[in-house]
Design a protein around this ligand. Structure first.
Ligand code: PEP
Ligand code: MN
Length: 342
């Protein structure tokens, strides 16, 4: 349920509504837009008579019931696009955000070389896994804390923000200390206790779509995070499992405009995990931008043939730089821009 408040509503009146909501064991989320202030009420059982009670308050303009199963993530809750501000970086606005780097952090030399290269080509965020979800337990599973330290250090040295994945509840606090954006991987999209824990932190979170998740399930996962108070969620389409085997996954491009219609949250695409093949990354990156994605997450490695994970889908620094040169005019054509892009 959403309460649209009248213009000029006082802070103590907002507090009054939040108090009523709290007493009913429901949670209230205030969204302050340019046009008006709305309060979203979410919870398991919202009594029907509540609508009339709120409609009777003099400073409430309108009470709307949200028809979708996800509430805070829905366009009904917030009509304007969410923009996530990370000081000198804004995700979800006019600027496209390019996050690039290796699948796994391997060592200082590899990460530094990649960071310098992607920064020069125009990326704003350095990606790199320190805790890796691997299909086989015998594969390289990341450097852990050492990887986080390298990311933070090299991110600072090169002026790039850092995104990295957290896989387990007990590592959230640790990852939070090192990352600017916390990534929830596809395999954890339905790890609800982990989502709720991230929801208690105040850093942006990139939520990947699950391997076989519908758009609705994906948005409901975002709702788990938002329901705990963290509304800084970025959705990431990374391909879904289909019958097709020529690509690693199938990039569901139509999910981008679909989600943007259903939700106010920013959406980015990961053409690397979606295709599994480096030579498909550039065309799919451009198609993602054309479809309205707010950014890209791309795997780049200085020597893909010797990468410890996901080499076949990693771009060389040269190929990444070529892609960025193509993306800049494309972004311009679509009324967007890439800060740092040449
Ligand atoms: C990754 O980004 O490194 C990753 C493991 O991706 P996904 O969760 O999409 O498989
Ligand atoms: Mn990877």
């Amino acid at each position: 349920m959403i309460l649209v408040l009248k213009k000029g509503v006082k802070e103590n009146q907002i507090g009054e509504v939040l108090e009523i909501i709290k007493k009913l064991n429901l949670s209230g989320h205030v969204s302050r837009g340019e046009e008006c202030i709305v309060i979203g009420i979410v919870g398991a059982n919202i009594p029907a008579e509540l609508q009339g009670r709120f409609e009777g308050l003099p400073f409430v303009e309108n009470v709307v019931r949200i028809s979708k199963p996800y509430k805070l993530a829905s366009r009904e809750f917030k009509g304007t696009d969410t923009k996530i501000d990370l000081k000198d970086l804004s995700i979800g606005g006019k600027e496209l955000t390019v996050m690039a780097g290796p699948c796994s952090v391997e060592d200082e030399k590899q990460l530094y070389e990649t960071a310098v290269g992607v920064k020069k080509a125009g990326a704003q965020v350095l990606r790199g896994g320190a805790f890796k979800p691997r299909t086989s337990p015998y594969s390289f599973r990341g450097l852990g804390k050492e990887g986080l330290e390298l990311l933070k250090d090299i991110g600072q040295k090169t002026g790039l923000k850092v995104i990295t994945e957290v896989m387990s509840l007990d590592a959230v606090e640790l990852v939070y200390r090192y990352a600017d954006i916390i990534q929830i991987g596809a395999r954890n999209m339905q790890n609800y206790p982990l989502l709720e824990e991230i929801g208690r932190f105040d850093k942006p979170c990139l939520l990947k779509r699950g391997l076989a998740a519908t758009v609705e399930e994906w948005l409901l996962s975002a709702e788990y995070i938002m329901g705990k108070g963290n509304h800084q969620v970025i959705l990431c389409e990374r391909g879904i499992r289909t019958f097709e085997t020529s690509t690693r996954n199938t990039l569901d491009l139509s999910a981008v405009p679909m989600v943007k219609r259903l939700s106010h949250l920013p959406v980015v695409c990961d053409p690397s995990h979606a295709t599994g093949k480096w030579y498909l990354v550039a065309p799919m990156a451009m198609a993602s931008v054309a479809a309205g994605a707010d950014g890209l997450l791309i795997e780049v490695h200085p020597d893909p043939d010797h990468a410890m994970s996901d080499g076949p889908q990693s771009l060389t620094l040269e190929n990444f730089s070529m892609l960025m040169k193509q993306l800049v005019p494309l972004a311009g054509l679509l009324g967007r821009q890439i800060k740092g892009g040449q």
